[in-house]
Design a protein around this ligand. Structure first.
Ligand SMILES: C[S@@+](CC[C@H](N)C(=O)[O-])C[C@H]1O[C@@H](n2cnc3c(N)ncnc32)[C@H](O)[C@@H]1O
Length: 340
């Protein structure tokens, strides 16, 4: 194990690369201690870094030199460190940023640490987050406003790319009232109401994101047309909207749960209403095993990645038939269902 196998291509070296845990934890530890941020701020000598990061000087030197070897930092002169282009990515603490996600105290890292329970997830088909962290991810977010705020910010960073497309792709002129089911902190609904001044909107989610969404609606000047309803999408939803949007929420759930959410939308939509599923499908037909995301969904929330056909089959079980599809950039897909 003392031999560096990173350059070899024999089976043993390839296996070493597959199972390495030192590198992922070394990167995350550097982020958690704030090393990339300190270097970016000009603290570059080992003595100063150890002080600023409240680290043991000798142990920090070992961490830094390992990550120099892995291309995260460079040692520009003895005991003086700089960031590589990879290291620079670690300084991004914004909602969608890598630094924010990799910090071991963050919601992102807690999500990934659910992999410790992967054997449980594979044996049972259930998420392992609660077996590792003591409660499921949603309850964890409810109990931890800082993590909830981070999660909502992460979702919002993705909404910035997708919401304007959803607002432009779908014929919202045919709609008077839209309900966003599991709408999070309101990024999508605010965008829809801003882009289409005739629209009224309702957002259903857990209490904390509904409160955040209410602030967003006020800031955007659409509060008079938007209502937030704390609720549970496994229970009956407020009836009477023309369209029930479910944006990137079905992927958080098993088929059984996802069917129930769709059935609740179908019941609330009634004979005339529509259900609009919004998902980002990176490739179509989607091949789940080509990305680790499907397993991340399993361990963290018991969810799964699905392609168009999977969604159509689920919706059929909930009494819904596909009417139209709309494709946006980067895999964004809108599936419009009506009563089947
Ligand atoms: C992956 S986020 C997607 C948020 C938003 N729709 C978007 O596209 O960014 C899933 C949302 O489902 C919400 N959620 C989870 N369990 C829920 C429940 N039982 N009832 C209502 N909302 C729930 C979460 O709070 C979260 O905001």
């Amino acid at each position: 194990m003392a031999v560096d196998s990173s350059a070899s291509d024999d089976a043993s070296s390839r296996l070493d690369r597959l199972v390495d845990l030192a590198t992922p934890f070394a990167v995350r530890t550097a982020v958690t201690l704030g090393v990339p941020d300190q270097i970016a701020a000009g603290v570059r000598h080992l003595d100063d870094l150890a002080k600023a990061c409240e680290a043991d000087r000798g142990a920090l030197a070992r961490l830094l030199r390992y990550l120099v070897h892995k291309g995260v930092f460079t040692e520009t002169s003895p005991e003086v460190f700089a960031l590589t282009d990879v290291g620079e990515l670690l300084c991004d603490r914004s909602g969608g940023g890598r630094g924010a996600y990799l910090d071991l105290n963050s919601n992102g890292a807690r999500t990934e640490l659910a992999f410790i329970g992967l054997p449980h997830a594979i044996r049972t088909g259930e998420p392992s987050y609660a077996t590792v962290h003591g409660r499921d991810l949603w309850a964890d977010l409810d109990a931890n406003p800082e993590m909830r705020a981070y999660f909502d910010e992460l979702m919002l960073s993705q909404q910035r790319l997708t919401a304007p497309q959803v607002a432009a792709l779908y014929p919202w002129n045919e709609v008077g009232h839209v309900t966003d089911v599991g709408g999070g902190s309101g990024g999508l609904l605010a965008e829809l109401l801003l882009a289409h001044p005739h629209l009224r909107g309702t957002l259903v989610d857990r209490p904390e994101p509904v409160a955040t969404a209410a602030r967003r609606f006020a800031e955007c000047g659409v509060a008079d047309r938007a209502e937030g309803v704390p609720g549970d999408f496994f229970n009956p939803l407020p009836a009477g909207a023309d369209v029930y949007v479910v944006s990137r929420a079905l992927t958080d759930w098993s088929d059984k749960h996802a069917r129930t959410i769709l059935r609740r939308c179908a019941e609330a939509a009634g004979a005339q209403g529509r259900v609009l599923v919004v998902e980002v499908l990176p490739t179509e037909p989607y091949v789940a095993h080509l990305s680790s995301y499907d397993l991340v969904m399993l361990v963290s929330v018991g969810g799964r990645e699905r392609g168009v056909d999977d969604h159509v089959a689920l919706a059929a079980d909930a009494g819904l038939a596909l009417r139209r599809t709309y494709s946006g950039a980067a895999g964004l897909t809108l599936l419009e269902f009506i009563a089947g």
